[in-house]
Design a protein around this ligand. Structure first.
Ligand SMILES: *[C@@H]1O[C@H](CO)[C@@H](O)[C@H](O)[C@H]1NC(C)=O
Ligand SMILES: *[C@@H]1O[C@H](CO)[C@@H](O)[C@H](O)[C@H]1NC(C)=O
Length: 187
């Protein structure tokens, strides 16, 4: 009798822990990120955030490209994000301070943008978590970036599971047939 109870209790405990255990790995910030891993061009594959107007804004973009590159300051990387709206490419530049796997965008006093890189099993992906605080927006955002335009379905499933851990809505998934913008504005 005791053995049965013990097993039943063990089973209950393991069931109730199974979801948090998955999340523990998926929400885990990376310990550190080699700068060379970050450098270069990334395509936004999918993203989600808990701020509906910003989620709508994300949906309006035909493609999003992100470039990280070294700057003269060792703990700073320069970040360029290029949003495509039809034939129009919008270039945004920021300096980002990186401390191991967490980062802070240098945007003056306009808003607060900090974040970290999270675990991913996808070898050529980055998962970025942003925490944005401004007078208009307070959000947690998760973005899946890749060197590819599209990822394997199991890689997307892992990202969707990450979103569930953060209780974020189903992601906006980029259309891989929409062209990425060039790194520099065309004159
Ligand atoms: C950036 O920095 C890393 C490490 O210091 C170096 O290996 C790499 O060549 C640098 N890249 C550029 C484009 O300067
Ligand atoms: C980034 O930092 C460099 C060096 O401090 C500065 O010259 C540049 O204007 C900064 N860029 C932005 C977009 O703030």
């Amino acid at each position: 009798m005791f053995a049965v109870c013990a097993v039943a209790i063990f089973c209950l405990v393991s069931v109730s822990h199974s979801i948090p255990l998955v999340c523990e790995k998926l929400v885990h910030p990376l310990k550190s990120l080699a700068p060379h891993h970050l450098e270069g061009r990334w395509a936004l594959v999918a993203g989600s955030l808990n701020h509906a107007p910003s989620m709508d804004a994300l949906r309006q973009r035909d493609s999003i490209t992100m470039y990280f590159s070294n700057s003269s300051e060792p703990s700073t990387v320069s970040y360029t994000q290029i949003n495509r709206f039809g034939n129009h490419c919008q270039h945004l530049h920021y300096n980002v301070s990186v401390d191991r796997s967490s980062f802070t965008f240098d945007v003056g006093n306009r808003f607060d943008l900090t974040g970290s890189f999270l675990y991913t099993s996808c070898p050529d992906c980055l998962v970025m978590r942003w925490v944005v605080k401004s007078s208009r927006r307070h959000s947690v955002d998760l973005y899946l970036l890749s060197r590819r335009r599209e990822v394997e379905s199991r890689e997307m499933e892992e990202f969707r599971a990450q979103l569930k851990c953060y209780q974020l809505p189903v992601p906006v998934v980029a259309d891989p047939t929409k062209e990425l913008c060039p790194e520099h504005p065309q004159s």
